[in-house]
Ligand binder design. Structure first.
Ligand code: DOR
Ligand code: ZN
Length: 329
């Protein structure tokens, strides 16, 4: 079996900085023609110049790869967009303190009414990490009314609910025209039982946390039908081994090395291979109006064993034998 995908796209990716950028970009460029790249670096990417610099750094390390760097939403954002009005922006909203490097995130959405109105007029996209600071299993569901209010107040604003992990948010997609969602591989594969039902696996610890089988089933229904308002977004988020295998483990799953082989297996096993191309690129191209470099990636049913460590980072499914792999060009 060989399955070829034209210009696959990852709609939510952490490429990081420093030495790690080389490793992450190598995996990304091997499997994808582009990605929405997250701005939560140690110093958040919150100006146009920082965005351009980061993009250039990524492009220097990649080939046939379009990085769409999101702008970190804060008090500077409105001015930045006005200063560079001719560009389309993707803006990432992190509620303050909810996850890695989000200390400079938004405290109250009420402060950003003018910005959202401006983005709505221009056709920019608002990408949202939708979690409150409530109880860990309820955080995402508690964000549902906030999404609904945003969607109603700015009916033309394109709002992307990032890495959805619950049935509650899955159900919002058909209720509001302007709500979209990204879905990760790890939320399609795992539940809380995989994370902590047996021995604790810190390499599956992420935010939002993986949830119940019913939640996973709701995400699978969307992905396996390539629901037109969903996009694959890996949220591959590496942290060095020492930051994961300790008390106070960092949140983030490094899934980049296994993404397309495992997505192919999962979709094949659920008789949904016909929907994979829409889920890993075509939907995003339509939703974001993308013009991606031409890149064909072929997945073949030849086994491979996942490395135990890639340049200091432990990948998801480390040491496991996978049924599929990316074919050499
Ligand atoms: O698990 C996560 N890791 N969730 C996020 O939202 C951020 C990410 C990271 O940057 O480490
Ligand atoms: Zn993320």
């Amino acid at each position: 079996m060989r399955l070829t995908i034209n210009s696959p796209f990852d709609a939510h990716l952490h490429l990081r900085e420093g030495d790690m950028l080389k490793t992450t970009t190598r995996f990304a460029t091997r499997m994808f023609a582009g990605a929405v790249v997250m701005p939560n670096l140690s110093k958040p990417i919150d100006t146009f110049e920082a965005m351009e610099r980061y993009k250039a750094q990524i492009q220097e390390l990649s080939r046939d790869f379009e990085p769409i760097v999101a702008l970190f939403l804060n008090e500077k954002t409105e001015e930045e967009i006005k200063r560079h009005g001719d560009r389309a922006f993707t803006v990432k909203l992190y509620p303050r303190g909810v996850t890695t490097n989000s200390a400079g995130g938004a405290v109250s959405l009420d402060e950003y009414g003018a910005l959202f109105g401006l983005m709505e007029e221009r056709g920019d996209a608002l990408l949202v990490h939708g979690e409150t600071d409530g109880e860990v299993l309820l955080r995402e569901g508690e964000f549902a009314p906030i999404y609904e209010r945003l969607a109603k107040t700015y009916p033309k604003l394109k709002i992307v609910m990032e890495h959805i992990s619950t049935e509650v948010l899955a159900n919002l997609l058909d209720r509001h025209k302007n709500l979209y969602a990204t879905i990760t591989l790890h939320h399609l594969l795992f539940t809380l039982d995989d994370l902590l039902g047996g021995r604790l696996n810190p390499h599956l610890f992420c935010k939002p946390i993986v949830k119940t089988a019913a939640d996973r089933a709701a995400l699978r229904r969307l992905a396996f039908s390539a629901h037109e308002k969903t996009m694959f977004g890996s949220d591959s988020a590496p942290h060095y081994r020492g930051c994961k295998e300790r008390a106070g483990a960092a949140a983030g799953v490094f899934s980049a090395p296994v993404l397309l082989p495992e997505l192919t297996r999962l979709f094949m096993e659920h008789s949904s291979a016909g929907c994979l191309r829409r889920f890993v690129g075509q939907n995003a191209k339509r939703i974001y109006n993308l013009n991606l470099p031409h890149k064909t990636v072929t997945i073949e049913d030849a086994p491979q064993t996942v490395e135990n460590e890639c340049d200091g980072v432990v990948p998801m499914l480390f040491g496991k034998r996978l049924a599929y792999r990316v074919a050499a060009d």
